[in-house]
Design a protein around this ligand. Structure first.
Ligand code: NAD
Length: 374
């Protein structure tokens, strides 16, 4: 009979709804089957970590969150084929690989997306992390739980990245950055010469601005309510910015585009902003919805405006990314100087993880990245 082996780790634990992350000693099981044990170098912090900490999405607690991990492979399970010890990797969302969306290249819409990313356990309902008292901590958040010195992922959500790229920077490519960039490139398929509006200039919205420039859009508009974010949007490629607190966003977008935008992306999660985006589309325009409000929130739109204008509204998860293809493409664009997502990032020490969360929520930091074994 084999005994389970564990490794000592430090983990940021979310013990109660809304409570600060608490750094604790814990232990993690060694990898089995197709699992990969990754020594985490740094993990990005995304709005989704906060909405789960605050239980908008009911992941069971106590839990180890963190879902934008980057690190070095420490050990692999016996079924792992293409990932080896020492590889530099970015961790992304979990998916099953065998449902219809997965086999047709749309893993972000996996039939098992919710359980594999938000159930707080692996697919068999088991956890791999225990606290200092030997009690289980919910984990497998986005098939990784990377607010910890080591994380267990699966081969399928572990993406090899080139060693010449700064590994500590790359974690956000696994979620927030691929969401904004992928929404523009993979989902909306923004075309050269078109007009694009990013409603919200947070980490997701600004990644979309960067990608719209790569895609060749010639009118790129960013809206936000934080002036410094609008300034950065201009630096990253926005041709126009709108402070929605000071100006009527719909009117200004129509004015700038001469009638309406061809493409828009909503990343604030605010229903009234989604409405602005729909109203500001041109005929046959498409808006992508990525901003995530609490479960059950509804939004309104003018049915005849959408109908007569031939407008499309589509939900987007993780930028429709096939991560093993799209993340290395984003790294290439970054290395070529064409995708400067590093301008969104500010680094924090692991001990300062709550400061990172606070700075993100106050709009001081766009994309906090927590250095863990850096
Ligand atoms: P963020 O908080 O950095 O960005 C939101 C931005 O909206 C902020 O800059 C904020 O100032 C701005 N804003 C607030 N009110 C506004 C208004 N009235 N008009 C214009 N802008 C306004 O968050 P983020 O990390 O960029 O994430 C954005 C959203 O995307 C979150 O809801 C997050 O949960 C979600 N998300 C979704 C996916 C997905 O797969 N669909 C993946 C990652 C993140």
């Amino acid at each position: 009979m084999s005994t389970t082996e564990f490794r000592d780790i430090r983990a940021a634990v979310t013990r109660e709804k809304g409570a600060p992350f608490k750094l604790e000693s814990a232990r993690i099981r060694t990898p089995k089957n197709d699992e990969v044990l990754v020594k985490i170098v740094a993990t990005g912090m995304c709005h989704t970590d906060m909405i789960v900490r605050d239980q908008y999405y009911p992941v069971p607690l106590p839990a180890v969150l963190g879902h934008e991990g980057a690190g070095i492979v420490e050990a692999v399970g016996p079924q792992v084929k293409d990932i080896a010890v020492g590889d530099h990797v970015v961790l992304t969302y979990g998916y099953c690989s065998h449902c219809d969306p997965c086999v047709t290249g749309h893993a972000a819409y996996c039939d098992e997306f919710y359980p594999r990313n938000f159930s707080g356990a692996d697919n068999d309902g088991e956890t791999a992390i225990q606290d200092a008292d030997g009690k289980p901590l919910h984990d497998h958040f986005f098939a990784q739980s990377s607010f910890a010195t080591y994380a267990l992922s699966l081969e399928s959500n572990t993406v090899k990245v080139p060693q010449e790229a700064e590994l500590e920077l790359l974690g956000p490519l696994g979620c927030g950055i691929q969401t904004g960039a992928g929404a523009v490139i993979n989902s909306l398929k923004v075309t050269p010469g078109s007009s694009f509006v990013s409603l919200g200039a947070g980490a997701v919205g600004l990644s979309a601005v960067l990608a719209a420039k790569v895609a060749g859009a010639t009118t790129i508009i960013a809206t936000d309510v934080v002036p410094s974010r609008l300034e950065l949007a201009k630096e990253l490629g926005a041709t126009h910015v709108i402070n929605s607190k000071e100006e009527d966003a719909v009117e200004r977008i129509r004015e700038i585009t001469g009638g309406g935008a061809n493409f828009a992306l909503e990343s604030t999660g605010i229903p009234a902003v989604l409405r602005q985006g729909i109203d500001a589309l041109s005929a046959l325009g498409t808006i992508g919805v990525v901003g995530a409000p609490a479960l059950g929130v509804e939004a309104k739109f003018d049915v005849n405006d959408v109908l007569l204008g031939g407008k499309s509204i589509r939900g987007i998860v993780e930028g429709d990314s096939t991560p093993k293809i799209f993340i290395p493409q984003l790294v290439d664009l970054y290395l070529q100087g064409r995708f400067a997502f590093d301008k969104l990032v500010k680094f924090y020490d692991f001990e300062d993880i709550n400061q990172a969360a606070e700075d993100s929520e106050k709009g001081i930091t766009l994309k906090p990245v927590v250095r863990i074994n850096g």
